[in-house]
Ligand binder design. Structure first.
Ligand code: SF4
Length: 232
């Protein structure tokens, strides 16, 4: 199966009743600014080339962002920050992401999430995270031939990435490395003889940006390091 075929199956998933209900309710009620928009209201696949060397793993689609536009981190404040930073370090063709037809192209980067449906309050349950895990596992397994770097955005993305990387053959240190901004762990894979670099980065959420927990220079620094590892 290819990544495109996987995405085609993913968008029909209805395995989490609470999230199916939420993603569809949001699309009916809408936010006033988007009253004229037709919402996607389905699982949101990863975005970027199937031969990416760098995977960025976030949390879940935003109710009025990815859940509206159908493309991850597209049409919401977190995405505005992330795509601008990707463009600044040469990994995206343009600094803005508004809708799937906006012409944005990622260079060697695929952005995905451990939970593909928008959750209430951006908080999936542990059960929902576990239910969605096989999708991320399949996606990373398909990226494995080219994958060199994973950037986990936030502790949720970090925790979700570790078991999936282990399942794809990369060895995790014991004890398992804890999430932190700028934390770097190199994971070996005996089967394919190529390491993966795992980098932690605070999530570019509206709150993290507003409080200064994550600044644009901090985000760019992590992405620059990731780009260097991807080319090494
Ligand atoms: Fe399916 Fe994942 Fe959405 Fe749950 S969160 S319904 S497993 S795509």
């Amino acid at each position: 199966r290819t990544v495109a075929e996987l995405d085609g199956v993913l968008v029909a998933c209805r395995a989490c009743p609470r999230l199916v209900d939420w993603r569809e309710q949001v699309a009916i009620v809408k936010r006033s600014a988007f009253r004229e928009c037709e919402y996607w209201a389905k699982p949101v696949p990863g975005f970027g080339p199937a031969d990416a060397t760098l995977a960025i793993i976030g949390l879940a689609p935003a109710a009025h962002g990815g859940n509206r536009t159908g493309r991850i981190f597209t049409g919401d404040p977190s995405g505005d920050v992330l795509y601008a930073a990707l463009h600044a370090v040469g990994l995206a063709s343009q600094p803005t992401a508004t809708h799937p037809g906006d012409g944005l192209v990622l260079r060697g980067v695929r952005i995905t999430v451990p939970v593909h449906c928008a959750p209430p309050d951006n908080r999936p349950t542990v059960n929902e995270r576990n239910t969605c895990r096989p999708w991320l596992a399949r996606e990373l397994a398909l990226l494995r031939p080219t994958l060199r770097v994973v950037v986990a955005l936030g502790g949720f993305g970090w925790q979700a990435s570790l078991p999936v990387l282990a399942a794809a053959g990369w060895s995790l240190p014991r004890p398992r490395p804890a999430f932190g901004h700028g934390v770097h762990v190199r994971l070996a894979n005996q089967n394919i003889g190529r390491d993966v670099h795992l980098l932690g980065c605070y999530h570019p959420s509206r709150r993290n940006i507003a409080t200064g927990t994550l600044t644009v220079p901090m985000l760019r620094d992590v992405l620059r390091r990731a780009a260097r590892f991807a080319q090494s």
